[in-house]
Write a protein that binds this ligand. Structure first.
Ligand code: 3PG
Length: 305
C-alpha cells in the first residue's frame, strides 16, 4: 500500500483535506496529514517512511530528500516550486510536480483586496482614490496574471502586461495591451502587480531603476515572492518618494525598518494569497490525483525537474 504524507505547515481548509483523504482512500492509499509543525527538523524526520509528499510552501531541502528513502514523488499543491531543491530531488530520482493554475484566482482576488485597502488609506475613514480608469501593469502573464487582467477589467482599469515568454496575440486576445520592455511597464502604470517566479534571474530584479520610473502615486503589489525585490533599493525608494506604496502578501525582510512609512505599505501577517477553501480544494485534489496517476499510469505531465 502506497503511503502519502500531506505535509503542510499552513494547513488546507478542512473541506479540502477531507476530499484529499477520500481520493486516497478510494485508491487504497494510506494518507497521513502532518500540519503546523514548528521545526524543519520535525519535517525531515516525518518524511522517512513515505512514497509521496504533498506540500505547499514547505521546504523540501536536501535533508528532507535524503531522509525520505522511499520517496518517489513530491507534488507542490500550488504554482511556485522555489521551495523544493530540484537538483537534490533529481539526484535521488524523485519526481517533482506543481499544480499550475489551481490557486490562481484566489491570489488574483487578493491583489484587488490589497489595492483597494491601500488606496482607501487602510480604511481609516479619510478620502481615498479609485481604481477605475487607472493603469495596471501585469508583470508576467501566467495563470495569476491572466486572472488579474480579467478582474481588473471589471474595475474599469486600463490593463497592460509585460511577459517575454507569452505570445503577444495570447495577451492581446484578453484585451490587454502588451508592452515590449519591462521599463515601459513601470513607466506607464501607476499600479504594477508582480507575478514573476523567484529564479536566479529574477531575484532582486525589482530594483531602484524600475521603481523610480513609476508614475505619481505608484502602487507596487507583490503576491509573488519577496526575493524578487531588491530590498535595499526598496528602502531608498520609500525615503525618496512619499507617493510610493508597496503592498505585499510576502513581508519583506526589511519590514521592521519601514516603520516611519506605515501609511505607504501594507503586508499581510502571513502569506495568504492561496488560502481559500476553493484554492485548497482545487490544488489539493489536483495534487492527490497527480500522485495516483503517477503511480498507476506513469503520468508525469506536470513534472518540473
Ligand atoms: C503558490 O506558489 O502556489 C502560492 O505562492 C501559494 O503558496 P501557499 O500554498 O504556501 O499558500
Amino acid at each position: 500500500m502506497k503511503k502519502i504524507l500531506v505535509a503542510t505547515d499552513k494547513p488546507f481548509a478542512k473541506v479540502a483535506a477531507d476530499q484529499i483523504k477520500a481520493i486516497f482512500a478510494k485508491a487504497n492509499y494510506e494518507c497521513v496529514f502532518f500540519e503546523k509543525y514548528s521545526q524543519q527538523s520535525d519535517f525531515v524526520t516525518a518524511v522517512e517512511d513515505y512514497d509521496a509528499l504533498i506540500i505547499r510552501s514547505d521546504k523540501v531541502d536536501k535533508d528532507v530528500i535524503s531522509n525520505a528513502k522511499k520517496l518517489k514523488i513530491v507534488v507542490r499543491a500550488g504554482a511556485g516550486y522555489d521551495n523544493v531543491d530540484l537538483a537534490s530531488a533529481t539526484e535521488h530520482g524523485v519526481c517533482v510536480m506543481n499544480t499550475p493554475g489551481q490557486n490562481s484566482n484566489a491570489v488574483a482576488e487578493l491583489v484587488f483586496g490589497m489595492m483597494v485597502y491601500q488606496i482607501r488609506n487602510h480604511f481609516d475613514g479619510t478620502s481615498g482614490t479609485e481604481l477605475k480608469d487607472k493603469k495596471l501593469g501585469i508583470h508576467a502573464y501566467g495563470n495569476v496574471g491572466k486572472n488579474v487582467a480579467r478582474i481588473a477589467k471589471g474595475f474599469g482599469m486600463k490593463v497592460y502586461a509585460f511577459d517575454p515568454f507569452v505570445s503577444k496575440s495570447e495577451i492581446e486576445n484578453d484585451g490587454v495591451t502588451v508592452l515590449d520592455t519591462v521599463e515601459k511597464l513601470y513607466e506607464t502604470c501607476q499600479f504594477v502587480s508582480l507575478h514573476i517566479p523567484a529564479t536566479a534571474q529574477t531575484k532582486k530584479s525589482i530594483n531602484h531603476a524600475l521603481l523610480s520610473k513609476m508614475p505619481e502615486n505608484a502602487v507596487l503589489i507583490n503576491t509573488a515572492r519577496k526575493e524578487v525585490i531588491n530590498e535595499d533599493d526598496l528602502k531608498v525608494i520609500f525615503n525618496e518618494r512619499k507617493d510610493f506604496h508597496y503592498v505585499a502578501d510576502v513581508q519583506p525582510d526589511c519590514a521592521g525598518e519601514l516603520f516611519d512609512f506605515s501609511k505607504q505599505y501594507y503586508f499581510t501577517p502571513k502569506k495568504l494569497g492561496a488560502q481559500t477553501e476553493e484554492a485548497n480544494i482545487n490544488a489539493g485534489i489536483a495534487a492527490a490525483n497527480q500522485i495516483i496517476d503517477f503511480f498507476e499510469k506513469n503520468d508525469i505531465r506536470f513534472k518540473v525537474n
